[in-house]
Design a protein around this ligand. Structure first.
Ligand SMILES: Nc1nc2c(c(=O)[nH]1)N[C@H]1C(S)=C(S)[C@@H](COP(=O)(O)OP(=O)(O)OC[C@H]3O[C@@H](n4cnc5c(=O)[nH]c(N)nc54)[C@H](O)[C@@H]3O)O[C@H]1N2
Ligand SMILES: Nc1nc2c(c(=O)[nH]1)N[C@H]1C(S)=C(S)[C@@H](COP(=O)(O)OP(=O)(O)OC[C@H]3O[C@@H](n4cnc5c(=O)[nH]c(N)nc54)[C@H](O)[C@@H]3O)O[C@H]1N2
Ligand code: SF4
Ligand SMILES: [Mo]
Length: 749
């Protein structure tokens, strides 16, 4: 098999993937079931994957109430019926005997690992009791709620609303928050997508499409590359994406200098779309002023990229206008002011007018957006809420601990639906602005996912109540008072998932099989029953998910049975809708930003922090001799900190190692595979070295999510490096964590 085909199979797993993966000896364990299924007809249940939050559509093959295989959904053009290796591993999670099977209450000290199994009723009663005590002694606002964004958030967050806590958080500060802040400040909303498939020139700053997988995006970028698009990859290390394009090993934390130099060249050489800027944007003059001195010569010193290369990229990018894009990033917490990098990226994008045209950026086409276009509005199907009438919620007695969303203050940069989740640790430990006493955690593993694991654990030990709902006894669950076992995504319904892009798309998650472990429950049921026990049951005014989903679909004129047919709904016959299409003069409303113009100068950001309305370069330190910048990223066969204990994925990759450049390693006397100690000064971690040419000499890299702390994750426990043990808990300017500014030293163990 050619290397390219092989990699394609391994990374993107199709029906044919099993063959490729069989080479690892891992999936052969599933083979007897798969063979049996092939002989006798398996039924197909169309649903949505949750092995990561890309949430691809899937076809689940079920035989005698057993999942025998998960495949891509052949009806879905966006994935072309493919899924990745992790999506394939769904059954391995479903049938893992190490899943938590019953609710548990802690019996020993926090971190002692001593728990007893209890009934759901006992678990709810214990939580309700503690909630009431905290409410009485300290106020409901001292109970924080944090989850990884998921369709069941509406049930989880309803507990907070109904008891009167404003402190709800998502994981987003660890992930795309700077991008969200940038998009809101520029376009008035973050629901902006990119049409990779039709792009002729793609520049990506770190965004690693082929390891940080989202199948429709992977398909788009592969299509573009296959059609001859240029792919320029700026990354301090040689990622799989870099291997598919031109690798530019940029110095970490300097990307903004590169982007501002592109703008400088494009303005000097008149390589931008003046008409577009006049018609659709405001504040370009201020940008011209901001980049007048950010020359390629200057940027070469900052970024380490030769000036001629910067000029070449600027010209190549502009020549492909408007069907070209600088990728806006996904995990975007490189530096404290990362949001200004994302702003600058979008400004340079707008300089070539790549807005609402093929190969450019676009407003996602949900029902609300389509409704404004008479020739498209027929395709719009607005969904509704699933709850019945709601009682009035108590007004929180205090504001949020992170000041998110407060106008006229720096907190305005922090999207309040997500919040600066790093502030929870700080408020527990410092009591500022007021202490956090209770913490509910759903589908989120802060101990591994948030910086400074040791400090976070210290904080968890101070809580009066920690409730964790997960499918495993994770590193966070290990310190909890009460652990609630959710069933997996293959066993439950969830609210409608809106995945609209250039066309509307409503996805369904539905149970493929009955509960594997009878004492696990879906999240919606857990929070409904807990709400009833706490005395806020009136808020959960729906009987079950069939009723909830039916209410959601009713305004759209759709039924649950219709969604079950293919697992999703998209309007038949609708073509990808670009508001401007190929007509550069189209009088389309481009954005819902204030003033109806794309905000190159952002009044909102200026209102939050004076002087920041236009991005300006901030220089961050570079590592001195003997130190390395520590960066991290995704690997194709694992998800964040979520899959390292899933049997087949653990077998594929049980641990990580620290990438270190060949010359740097030689100076330290470190050889490939050596045991090493990595030190941040404050914290140390043991690990193994991977000596490679594929990284800058001043940088080291580790795949994220390893080095697990909970001994109950029996396969993943203590294997590899937990990056967040080494990184400080710093809250960036838009509420983001900061993961690319830590310096470490490395020595032989
Ligand atoms: N297989 C797989 N797919 C996933 C996930 C997964 O865990 N596994 N997770 C999903 C999620 S939640 C997300 S957010 C996306 C993330 O997908 P991506 O945004 O692509 O994120 P990462 O892989 O974290 O980071 C990509 C690269 O950033 C580089 N980098 C670090 N610092 C800098 C810097 O200062 N400048 C530049 N230019 N580069 C830098 C790193 O070396 C790394 O190679 O992937 C999603 N898809
Ligand atoms: N230093 C550093 N830190 C990082 C990153 C990095 O690259 N470097 N990556 C960051 C990124 S991009 C992200 S998105 C975050 C991700 O971090 P998290 O938001 O914590 O997400 P995951 O690790 O994907 O999954 C969290 C938990 O969900 C559980 N889970 C899985 N399925 C279910 C389910 O059906 N129900 C329930 N209740 N639980 C379930 C998993 O077992 C896991 O414990 O981490 C971030 N942290
Ligand atoms: S990218 Fe892979 S793991 Fe993530 S939702 Fe899609 S198939 Fe599932
Ligand atoms: Mo993420």
């Amino acid at each position: 098999m050619k290397r390219r085909q092989f990699l394609k199979g391994v990374l993107y797993g199709t029906g044919g993937t099993m063959v490729a993966l069989g080479g690892f000896g891992t999936f052969t364990k599933l083979a007897p079931q798969a063979v049996a299924a092939a002989k006798e007809e398996a039924k197909t249940v169309f649903s949505t994957c949750e092995m990561c939050t890309s949430r691809c559509t899937v076809a689940v093959k079920v035989k005698n109430d057993k999942v025998v295989k998960v495949e891509g959904n052949p009806h879905d053009g966006a994935t072309a019926g493919t899924i990745c290796a992790r999506g394939n591993a769904g059954p391995s999670l479903l049938y893992d005997p190490q899943r938590i099977k019953k609710p548990m209450i802690r019996t020993g000290d926090r971190g002692s690992g001593k728990f007893k199994e209890v009934s759901w009723d006992e678990a709810y009663a214990h939580i309700a009791d503690k909630v009431k005590t905290i409410q009485k002694d300290y106020g409901a606002e001292t109970i924080a709620f944090a989850s990884r964004v998921n369709p069941q958030d509406q049930f989880f967050r309803l507990i907070a609303r109904a008891i009167g806590s404003p402190n709800t958080f998502s994981h987003e500060a660890t992930c795309p928050m700077s991008r969200t802040t940038a998009l809101e400040g520029t376009f008035g909303n973050p629901y902006i997508g990119a049409d990779y498939g039709n792009a002729k020139y793609i520049i990506t700053m770190g965004r690693n499409f082929f390891e940080g997988i989202h199948v429709p995006m992977v398909k788009g970028v592969m299509k573009a590359v296959a059609n001859g698009a240029k792919l320029v990859v700026l990354d301090p290390r040689f990622s799989v994406t870099a291997a598919k394009g031109e690798w530019i090993p940029i110095k970490g934390a300097t990307d903004l200098a590169f982007v501002m130099a592109l703008a400088n060249v494009m303005i000097k050489e008149n390589l931008y779309d003046k008409e577009f800027l006049d018609q659709y944007t405001e504040g370009f003059d201020q940008w011209v002023e901001a980049v007048k001195d950010t020359t390629p010569e200057w940027a070469e010193k900052e970024t380490g990229i030769p000036k001629d290369k910067i000029v070449e990229i600027a010209r190549g990018f502009a020549a492909a206008r408007p069907n070209a894009l600088i990728e806006y990033g996904w995990r975007t917490p490189w530096t404290p002011n990362d949001y200004q990098l994302r702003r600058a990226i979008m400004i340079v994008n707008m300089m070539i007018g790549n807005w609402e045209v093929p190969g450019g950026y676009y407003q996602k086409k949900g029902a609300g957006v389509l409704a404004a276009f008479p020739d498209q509005s027929g395709y719009a199907k607005p969904t509704g809420g699933g709850f019945g009438p709601q009682p009035a919620a108590p007004k929180p007695a205090k504001g949020r601990i992170d000041g998110a969303g407060v106008k006229g203050t720096p907190g305005q940069l922090i999207p309040p639906v997500d919040g600066a989740v790093g502030q929870i640790t700080e408020s527990i430990l410092t009591g500022k602005p007021y202490p956090v006493k209770g913490w509910f955690v759903h589908r989120f593993n802060p101990v591994i996912s948030m910086p400074e694991s040791d400090r976070l654990i210290e904080a968890l030990k101070k809580l009066d109540l920690l409730v964790v709902c997960d499918v495993y006894m994770t590193d966070a669950a290990y310190f909890a008072d009460v652990v609630l076992p959710e069933c997996t995504y293959l066993e439950r319904y969830e609210p409608i998932i809106d995945q609209s892009g250039l066309v509307p798309k409503l996805q369904l998650r539905q149970p493929a099989v009955p509960l594997v472990y009878a004492d696990t429950k879906p999240g919606w049921q857990i929070y409904k029953e807990l709400g009833e026990k706490i005395g806020i049951g009136d808020f959960f005014s729906f009987k079950d998910m069939e009723e909830f989903l039916t209410r959601q679909l009713q305004p759209a004129g759709l039924t649950l049975d219709q969604l079950k047919e293919k697992g999703f709904w998209s309007p038949a016959g609708m073509k990808p809708f670009f508001m401007r299409g190929n007509d550069p003069k189209a009088p389309a409303p481009p954005t819902n930003a204030p003033n109806g113009k794309i905000a190159i100068f952002s009044h909102e950001i200026e209102e939050a922090v004076k002087g920041e309305g236009i991005p300006k370069y901030k220089q961050y330190p570079q590592p001195e001799e003997g130190k390395f910048r520590f960066v991290q990223g995704k690997v194709a066969v694992h998800t964040n900190a979520g899959t390292h204990n899933v049997p087949v994925l653990n077998e594929l990759m049980p641990q990580n190692s620290l990438w270190i450049n060949t010359q740097s390693a030689a100076k330290l006397g470190v050889k490939d595979g050596d045991d090493i100690i990595i030190s941040s000064g404050q914290y140390e971690h043991k690990g193994k070295a991977k000596v490679t040419e594929g990284i800058r000499p001043d940088t080291v890299f580790a795949y994220h999510g390893f080095g697990r702390i909970s001994p109950e994750l029996k396969r993943a426990y203590n294997k590899g490096i937990n990056d967040n043990k080494l990184i400080k808990n710093e809250i960036g300017e838009s509420g983001n964590v900061v993961t690319s500014t830590t310096f470490v030293t490395v020595r032989k163990a």
